[in-house]
Design a protein around this ligand. Sequence first.
Ligand SMILES: Cc1cc2nc3c(=O)[nH]c(=O)nc-3n(C[C@H](O)[C@H](O)[C@H](O)COP(=O)(O)OP(=O)(O)OC[C@H]3O[C@@H](n4cnc5c(N)ncnc54)[C@H](O)[C@@H]3O)c2cc1C
Length: 390
Amino acid sequence: MLEICQEGGQVRGAVVHEDGQIRLIACGALVLASGGFGGLFTHRLTSDDVSGSVQSIALNSGAELVNLEFMQIMPGYLSPIYKTVFNEKTFRFAQLTDSFDLPLLLEMDQAQELLDERAGYGPFTSRLKSRLVDLALFKAQQADPGGVTVAYAREMIEHPPELIRTYFEWMAKAKHLTMSEPAKIGLFAHAANGGIRIDTTAATRVPGLFACGEATGGMHGADRIGGLSTANGLVFGGIAGHSAARFARENPARESLTCEFSVVAAPETADSLTELRELMYRAALVIRTKKGLEQALAQLDQIADRLQAIAPSSPAEKPADTKSLAASCRLKNQLQTARSILTAANLRCESRGSHFRGDHPEQDPAQASPIVVSLREGSIQARFLSQADI
Ligand SMILES: Cc1cc2nc3c(=O)[nH]c(=O)nc-3n(C[C@H](O)[C@H](O)[C@H](O)COP(=O)(O)OP(=O)(O)OC[C@H]3O[C@@H](n4cnc5c(N)ncnc54)[C@H](O)[C@@H]3O)c2cc1C
């Protein structure tokens, strides 16, 4: 899906790229179930189709986004089995060394206690002292993108606890890695806790527009409890289906529908997407600061300006294939979702859940409410929800 078609604010259809064609599909109601925004970060555990473009499409239609700054982060293998989830339970047996072969937590008191605590949960949270393990991992990765070497204590190799043993049995079979072989790990974008704002009927504030699953935000708060993403998808998927069917029964799809859809194909979308992912990984994943977030916002402006400057001024000037048009449209939306995330992360001047601010490392009770992002006259606006809003 590339765009939502509306009449008088109400959803009437969607523009899609399908089978090499761009076409308009009329509908009475629309459910967005397009996943999170892992695709905006260099290292991600999600598949590449989880692009983060639909959050921006929803924003363009008048919907709001919520809790965007709460992106879950998990350690994963950088080599030899790139993009495989690391078993956090093994942290308590792990010997972590940086690119100089020095222990990762060398200068920290009670390093083993931190690893023991970090072995008890996943993904990253700024709430516990063991956040220092993830922060050290990220800093080491910034110094050497190859990551941190992990090897295991003899105790674990000889007597692995059950959940570690079964994990490595699977690893040996599926990925050909045993627990005796050293490997390199780093941090990955995992799942979004934020997204399109819905109510208890899965409705957005746009008539006829519903959403569910990881595309939505708000249900998990700042720290999702493991397993609840699947539960969220099942529960709100069902609710969204019922709500949309009810709405569509009362508002049947138009037999004939027209929609203005104007996009020009910008060259170099692949390079720009790589640049976008790198800046988001650097500034908006693990350690966020005002300076880093503002630099990232400025870099987004530069990418957008560059795309504008090199794109033909009208579709007629240089006709493009539909794949390039769809890629340009997707990138434009990914840039806007990224801008929304950076804006929300910049507004939240505290650390809470998966959101860690290097310049505001503690939680601030005065900021204990969600941040909502909306589009006003083409520009992104972020605000804290007041009790009256909730
Ligand atoms: C490695 C890993 C492990 C996880 N483990 C767990 C776990 O143990 N428990 C748990 O609860 N959760 C877990 N999660 C999170 C959970 O898997 C996801 O949140 C969940 O699958 C999201 O489901 P969804 O249906 O909302 O979105 P997805 O499954 O991401 O599906 C979205 C679909 O929308 C499509 N799409 C995207 N953009 C567009 C567009 N513009 N137009 C049309 N279609 C589009 C995509 O191609 C995709 O098919 C894990 C995630 C990862 C990455």
